[in-house]
Design a protein around this ligand. Structure first.
Ligand code: SF4
Length: 186
């Protein structure tokens, strides 16, 4: 069909997303996403030491108006979460495992959704650690299809977006949750 860029496959179900290993997943309307300059400004404060050091982080990933431009092309979205119970607030091992697992799971989810809509828009969690040293700003990104800008860098306040989508952000004392989403079209 002219203009139809998606494959003829059915949209992956919530169960299919959960089969990847995520503890939680939900489909939601991306029109409710609220891209905020004040959230983006937290990146500029550089608490994570990634500002102006990586292709997927600000300022290279574009400003908030670009986030809005990109997102408004999409009619559907799915959010997915990795949650871990920590032994205590010093349980660094579980924190690192959670971050690593979430990145691997999200990459699989993006592959799955790209099988349905090759032009889908992934919004990840945290910076990119695919390369030992990022090529930014001297050379192009080595893996542009695998490096994802985070929800926060797009200007999204993740706790609020989880609630609006119908998921928790905090699953109780000493839990840690990573959240990411993918915007797509039928
Ligand atoms: S894939 Fe490599 S070059 Fe690209 S953003 Fe990530 S670390 Fe940088």
């Amino acid at each position: 069909m002219p203009g139809k860029k998606q494959t003829e496959k059915a949209v992956p179900s919530q169960d299919k997303i959960l089969e990847i290993g995520f503890e939680h997943a939900i489909f939601f309307d991306p029109a409710q996403l609220d891209f905020r300059q004040d959230v983006r400004d937290m990146c500029t404060a550089d608490k994570c030491h990634m500002y102006d050091r990586c292709w997927v982080c600000p300022p290279a990933c574009g400003d908030v108006s670009k986030s809005v431009e990109k997102a408004k092309k999409f009619k559907k979205a799915v959010m997915m979460q990795t949650t871990r119970q920590l032994e205590d607030s010093f349980d660094i091992e579980t924190m690192m495992e959670a971050a690593e697992s979430h990145k691997k799971r999200f990459s699989q989810a993006v592959d799955l959704m790209r099988g349905y809509d090759p032009d889908c828009l992934p919004m990840g969690a945290g910076g990119c650690n695919l390369c030992r040293k990022c090529t930014y700003p001297d050379e192009p990104c080595r893996f542009p299809d695998k490096a994802f800008t985070s929800m926060e860098a797009y200007g999204l306040f993740v706790a609020a977006e989880c609630k609006k989508a119908g998921l928790e952000y905090n699953y109780g004392p000493n839990t840690l949750t990573y959240s990411s989403c993918i915007l797509f079209n039928d």
